[in-house]
Design a binder for this molecule. Structure first.
Ligand code: UDP
Ligand code: MG
Length: 316
């Protein structure tokens, strides 16, 4: 069985999912009939019996492989660990809590066989989501779509299938603050979509609290867009000329011409204008620093310069 190549690897990151593991396993086995597959479970430093449950499965079924991380590294890293181990011609990522319906996996495989190199599960809107999660994610996508330079599909989930070629490119990424979804959007390739309605989590509670989601959102911003860095620079570029013109006007009207329009600018007002001018200069300088930081940021991400789609190239 060692190093055997399979058609499909199912990668499942698990953090405290002891109750869900056996249930999802059964559903998977049922759904994957007729597909040559392996399941790569990643235990992300669970504190419950998840790892024991996984070993129970791997004793019974040699298609079950386990990556046990030494501590909790978070879903994004755990998923990467699973993708690294996967040996399939295609790799699909599934959450351990049953929110991504396993019975849809054959549809993903179908699209892949038909030529798609990435198949993305897109969530239909979920009425049960809390107010903050629902509107927060809407706002998030609105902002990031306008700022990032790549195509980002709203409601795209981590329920994704990727081709072996995409996997290989994905593994070249070395950045740490990573969002698997974002990176997969970045690599390009032929993308296809499958819409689905997310089910409620089977057992346990989602570990993504609002606080963690905010962290995830800011991480995505920082890794996908540099626009926030430039914000103060732009503010400075607007404020500085405005304050300069205002100051010039006051100087000419009050000091040179002796206030012909009786505007009676007070000293405080003039001081205010002067301060505004200097604040503007400071913001512009911050913007300049941002330019350098953004350069460093891009360099340290160390992304591949470009990605070749081997399937669609010729004689390489
Ligand atoms: N997960 C993980 N490490 C973590 C948190 C979550 O591997 O630190 C896994 C979890 O077991 C599940 C998936 O990531 O399979 C999604 O997590 P969850 O359901 O808690 O979040 P949701 O995305 O549904 O809000
Ligand atoms: Mg979940």
């Amino acid at each position: 069985m060692k190093n055997k190549n399979v058609e499909l690897s199912v990668v499942i990151p698990c953090y405290n999912e002891a109750e869900n593991v056996p249930v999802l396993y059964k559903q998977l086995i049922g759904a994957l009939k007729g597909i040559d597959f392996e399941i790569v479970y990643v235990d992300d430093g669970s504190r419950d019996d998840t790892l024991d449950e996984l070993h129970k499965l791997s004793k019974k079924d040699e298609r079950v492989r386990i990556v046990s991380l030494s501590r909790n590294f978070g879903k994004e890293i755990a998923t990467t660990a699973g993708i690294t181990q996967a040996r399939g011609e295609a790799v699909i990522m599934v959450d351990a809590d049953g929110q991504f319906p396993p019975e849809l996996i054959p549809k993903f495989v179908e699209k892949w066989r038909a030529g798609a190199q990435i198949v993305t599960g897109v969530r239909l809107s979920n009425e049960k989501e809390g107010f903050i999660k629902r509107y927060g994610s809407k706002l998030f996508y609105k902002i990031i779509r306008s700022m990032a330079h790549i195509e980002i599909t709203p409601r795209a989930t981590d329920f994704r299938l990727i081709d072996k070629d995409v996997r290989e490119e994905f593994l070249r990424f070395s950045e740490r603050g990573r969002i698997t979804r974002g990176l997969l959007d970045w690599v390009g390739f032929r993308n296809d979509f499958i819409e689905f309605r997310a089910k409620p989590r089977m057992a346990g509670e989602a570990t993504y609290s609002v606080k963690k989601l905010i962290k995830l959102a800011t991480d995505s911003f920082v890794s996908l867009s540099l626009a926030p860095l430039y914000f103060s620079g732009y503010a400075g570029l607007i404020i500085t000329p405005f304050a300069f013109l205002l100051g010039l006007f006051v100087f000419i009207e009050q000091v040179l011409l002796g206030d012909p329009w009786d505007l009676n600018f007070t000293g405080t007002a003039m001081l205010g204008i002067l301060l505004l001018f200097f604040v503007g200069i400071l913001l512009v300088s911050q913007g300049l620093i941002a330019l350098y930081i953004s350069h460093i940021h891009t360099e340290t991400q160390n992304r591949p310069l470009y990605i070749v789609n081997r399937k669609r190239s010729a004689r390489l």
